[in-house]
Write a protein that binds this ligand. Structure first.
Ligand SMILES: Cc1cc2nc3c(=O)[nH]c(=O)nc-3n(C[C@H](O)[C@H](O)[C@H](O)COP(=O)(O)OP(=O)(O)OC[C@H]3O[C@@H](n4cnc5c(N)ncnc54)[C@H](O)[C@@H]3O)c2cc1C
Length: 384
């Protein structure tokens, strides 16, 4: 098996291999790729025939599109956009089901976990802008389904496709929720960055939120925290976040992502409804609005089941994609991607200075100093 840089890193092959001869190892950029023990491999080709980079999965077409927000403002505040993931998850937990999604572990490494209680659900809230480790998770999803439990699986389009090829058949009680995705940076880069940030703040980080709403509501502000201090700033003013937002550090396959369009691998797709102020001004909320695509009959059913706990207005792909480029096409690969990871494994301070340096546009700096509440008021007046 060798699909090289086309590999999504979903880990389906490792979990499918009948001889257990595939393991995932970090490459020099810090992404996980499969390694095959040729002495054990019997060349059965299960890995390649079920690889989602090779095998097409069933996709939704002509989705129903909504702008939506969850009725619980506290939960929306802790979510990335309009918090729609939470009512979907609660609906599954209520039926005795299991929710699978991406959480930080104690070391702030992003990995997929299973959540069985409402109390733990907050661990899945919030976008972690790094590739999540899915090792072993598809087998756990299958176990739950084979035990006739309801399951919600949440992940990027490629992770959802990986789950589908892994399972091979559909399960009535499985709901898949994918997210619109720019692309994912390497877990090792994030690990080193968290360590670097901890040093800057004078102690190991205990929390890192890419989409903190504390300072400016629904925007691109991070919050890093250790036992003594916290720091929050606009994402474009931070080296790791800036490189993420400008598409410099993604896994190679992200630049030709087959899921960056409106034909989705999940039953329900969640995203930020960027541009809501223009497209549905009355529905704008300073703490966030979700873009929701309903892609299948199962998606419609789940949407109906949560309808009492959300507010939604119909929208269209044309409107939603104006400010959400990854609904139409993958992120562009900049030339600097060729060498962006060079030096990451050496002196990290030097690496940040040389490879992750960026210029801040003074206009942006000034704009970001104006409180969002004031900007929202001005915009409201202009629109009248
Ligand atoms: C790497 C990445 C890139 C994204 N790019 C875009 C984009 O270009 N445009 C856009 O509109 N939205 C993008 N999103 C999605 C967006 O940030 C929100 O996740 C989405 O709006 C859902 O928000 P929510 O408030 O309903 O739920 P949230 O509280 O944000 O939680 C939603 C789910 O996201 C999942 N999740 C979080 N981090 C990861 C991860 N690293 N890998 C896999 N799953 C994860 C969790 O499992 C959780 O279940 C991206 C998310 C990620 C993780």
């Amino acid at each position: 098996m060798n699909i090289g840089r086309d590999c999504f890193g979903c880990n389906a092959c490792e979990q499918l291999c009948p001889k257990k001869c595939i393991t995932f190892e970090y490459d020099s950029e810090g992404f996980l790729y499969p390694q095959v023990d040729k002495n054990l491999c019997i060349e059965c080709s299960v890995c390649i025939s079920r690889c989602p980079a090779v095998k097409e999965v069933e996709r939704g077409i002509n989705p129903k599109v909504f702008a939506a927000k969850y009725n619980d403002p506290d939960s929306v505040f802790n979510s990335t956009s309009g918090g729609i993931f939470i009512p979907l998850a609660l609906n599954v937990l209520k039926k005795g089901g299991v929710v699978f999604g991406c959480a930080y572990d104690d070391e702030l490494k992003a990995r997929h976990i299973a959540v069985e209680s409402e109390k733990e659900l907050c661990r899945l809230q919030g976008s972690k802008y790094v590739q999540s480790d899915t090792r072993g998770i598809y087998s756990k999803v299958k176990d739950a389904l084979e035990n006739d439990r309801y399951v919600l699986f949440s992940g990027t389009g490629c992770q959802c496709a990986g789950l589908k090829t892994f399972l091979k058949k559909d399960y009535k009680k499985l709901l898949i929720s994918d997210i619109v995705c720019h692309g994912v940076p390497s877990p090792k880069l994030f690990e080193k960055y968290i360590e670097y940030m901890g040093k800057k703040l004078g102690g190991k980080l205990t929390e890192y939120n890419f989409r903190s709403k504390e300072k400016q509501g629904w925007d691109l502000y991070y919050k890093a925290k250790n036992a003594k201090k916290s720091k929050s700033d606009y994402g474009f003013f931070d080296p790791y976040y800036n490189a993420f937002l400008t598409g410099k550090t993604y896994r190679e396959c992200c630049y030709k992502c087959n899921f960056a369009n409106a034909e989705r691998a999940g039953d329900i797709t969640l995203a930020d409804y960027w541009g809501i102020q223009k497209m549905h001004p009355d529905f704008y909320d300073k703490n966030g609005v979700s873009l929701v695509l309903i892609n299948s009959e199962k998606g419609i059913k789940a949407w109906d089941e949560i309808s009492g706990s959300i507010k939604a207005v119909p929208s269209t792909i044309e409107k939603a994609s104006v400010m959400n480029g990854n609904l139409v096409a993958p992120s562009e690969r900049p030339d600097c991607r060729d060498s962006i990871y060079e030096g990451m494994n050496g002196d990290f301070d030097l690496y940040v200075k040389t490879k992750l340096s960026f210029k801040i546009n003074p206009k942006t700096k000034i704009k970001k100093m104006i409180p969002k509440s004031l900007k929202d008021k001005v915009l409201k007046i202009i629109r009248k």
